[in-house]
Design a binder for this molecule. Structure first.
Ligand code: G6P
Ligand code: ZN
Length: 543
């Protein structure tokens, strides 16, 4: 087996977005594409020599092949060790945990998250740093810079390694350690939560369903929820990971996980239901007859986290992405702790978590997590909910109602316009940005704009500044609309419009969400000239 250096030319567009490099699978399959990107990562971090990396992914189409390539490039660049999930599988939070626990220098996580998998679908590759979290912007910028000038990469001429057997192997001088993907993650969950209490809840007749959506959390959920916590076999649905996620869309929201939602909305549905996405970092929470919006879930978890042993000492602070509703701000205010507002993207929580300023964080995009790892964590959120339910012994619906009666309710919905013409979307945003200074005081539909700006973030820990992170429009009467273009799409542009309206605790707390937000939605569509620019009159997805 010998190391070889191959010359290459840069591929255009190897620019990491909100969450690593995301492209159509066929793009990643172009000869040399993975090689140049991985070599660029190593070039950007000062080389791979003597370093340890965690490698794993969500098992989607091309996961296995890309991992073999990554291992060859790592070995040829002199890496000392690669810790790889068995069969190339690692959920994103489990990868984050392994990086931290094993004090690795970083990790390569293969996933396009909640996007479908397959040769004509999506693929992704993300670099995580030694803290276990997605590389911050200065690192992703350096990686991109390298991709634009790469001229050669180092690799091995070697056979594929068998990744199905646990244990150590050697690849061109690098040790490849194949680990069970679940073991270390389950051990961490056992430290954070009261498994005995959850077991007692389940054995008392409490019923649950977890939809793994044919994705990576299947083995994790089976081991923890069924084998360890005693949920009957079959409580975990779609538990076997497949390369195309059963031809589904592994996105845990009411549209793509509709069968689960229908089940939980029926009279004889389970007491609790949840789903996770392709790589296991997102979650959707449901109780019999009720869907918990991610923003509300974050607020409820913040208010009740002390019921779980891992958080019994209280929270240092909380953080949410800017478009996420301010429901958790109200909880933080009452607790007398800080609530930070960050741009969209989990990487922005990293510094706050590392500095011990926040314990819990979350996003409207179905991500919740804590300082236990540096990624959002779907199954963790499920277990925290279960721990709270085991202590409070109330239906999910009552926990939510109690929360609103205590803090008021932030009606919230995100409207997505998918595969919009990219130029039209850019033009619309540019036009609106230009008009921002004059918007206050003008009419928008039936409402009046009270303030508007472009969100810019200064990281309180390292002082770095991230500009143009979304347009915020506040309306008289307390409504807010946010507009931004998604950084994770792979086709055209996805325009996201986030709508929020606060209702105090003594107001009407049970209006249907879209009804409660209609006037705000119309106002934002009008100010942004949505239809004029995009030709769209209704969103493709409402979460
Ligand atoms: C990924 C990131 C999240 C982000 C979400 C939506 O899941 O990890 O942090 O909120 O994508 O990002 P987008 O740019 O598509 O709105
Ligand atoms: Zn994900």
């Amino acid at each position: 087996m010998s190391g070889v250096t191959r010359s290459c030319t840069p591929f255009e567009g190897q620019k990491p977005g909100t969450s690593g490099l995301r492209k159509k699978t066929r793009v990643f399959m172009e000869p040399g594409y993975v090689e140049t990107f991985v070599q660029s990562i190593f070039n950007a971090i000062g080389g791979a020599g003597g370093k340890t990396f965690v490698v794993g992914g969500d098992g989607r189409y091309f996961n296995a092949e890309a991992i073999q390539t990554i291992l060859r490039i790592a070995a040829a660049n002199g890496a000392a060790r690669a810790i790889v999930g068995q069969n190339g599988l690692l959920s994103t939070p489990a990868a984050s945990n392994l990086i931290r626990k094993r004090e690795a220098n970083g990790g390569l996580v293969l996933s396009a998250s909640h996007n479908p998998g397959g040769i004509d679908e999506d693929f992704g590759l993300k670099y995580n740093t030694a803290n276990g979290g997605p590389a911050p912007e200065n690192v992703t910028a350096a990686i991109y810079e390298e991709t634009t000038r790469i001229a050669e990469y180092r690799t091995l001429e070697s056979e594929d390694l068998d990744l199905s057997e646990l244990g150590e192997k050697s690849l061109g001088g690098m040790t490849v350690e194949i680990v069970d993907p679940v073991t270390d993650y389950a051990a961490l969950m056992r430290e954070l939560f009261d498994f005995d209490k959850i077991r007692a809840l389940i054995s008392s007749g409490f019923t649950l369903r977890f939809d793994a959506m044919h994705a990576v959390t299947g083995p994790y959920a089976r081991a923890i929820l069924e084998e360890e916590l005693g949920a009957p076999e079959g409580s975990v649905m779609n538990a076997v990971p497949s390369v195309d996620f059963g031809k589904g869309h592994p996105d845990p929201n009411p549209i793509w996980a509709k069968p689960l939602v229908d089940l939980v909305m029926s009279d004889d549905g389970p007491d609790f239901a949840a789903a996770s996405d392709g790589d296991g970092d997102r979650n959707m929470i449901l109780g019999r007859g009720v869907y918990v919006t991610p923003s509300d879930s974050l607020a409820v978890l913040a208010a009740n986290a002390h019921f779980a042993p891992g958080y019994a000492h209280g929270l240092a602070g909380v953080a949410r992405s800017m478009p996420t509703s301010s429901a958790c701000d109200r909880v933080a205010e009452r607790m007398g702790i800080a609530c930070y507002e960050t741009p969209t993207g989990w990487k922005f929580f990293g510094n706050l978590l590392d500095a011990g300023r926040v314990t819990l964080c979350g996003e409207e995009s179905a991500g919740t997590g804590s300082d236990h790892v540096r990624e959002k964590d779907g199954l963790w959120a499920v277990l925290l909910w279960l721990n709270i339910l085991a202590e409070r012994r109330l239906p999910v619906r009552d926990i939510l109602a109690d929360h609103w009666v205590t803090y008021g309710r932030n009606y919230y919905s995100r409207h997505d316009y998918e595969a919009v013409n990219a130029d039209a979307a850019q033009d619309m945003m540019a036009d609106l940005t230009e008009r921002l200074p004059q918007l206050a005081g003008t009419r928008a539909g039936n409402l009046v704009v009270s303030a508007a700006d472009q969100f810019s973030y200064t990281d309180p820990v390292d002082g770095s500044v991230s500009r143009n992170q979304g347009i915020r429009i506040w309306l008289e009467g307390g409504g807010r609309g946010v507009l931004r273009l998604s950084g994770t799409g792979t086709e055209g542009a996805t325009l996201r419009i986030y709508l929020e309206r606060y209702m105090p605790a003594d107001g009407e707390l049970t209006i249907e969400t879209q009804t409660a937000l209609r006037e705000i939605a119309e106002a934002i569509a009008e100010v942004s000239k949505l239809t004029e620019y995009t030709g769209r009159t209704a969103p493709d997805v409402m979460t």
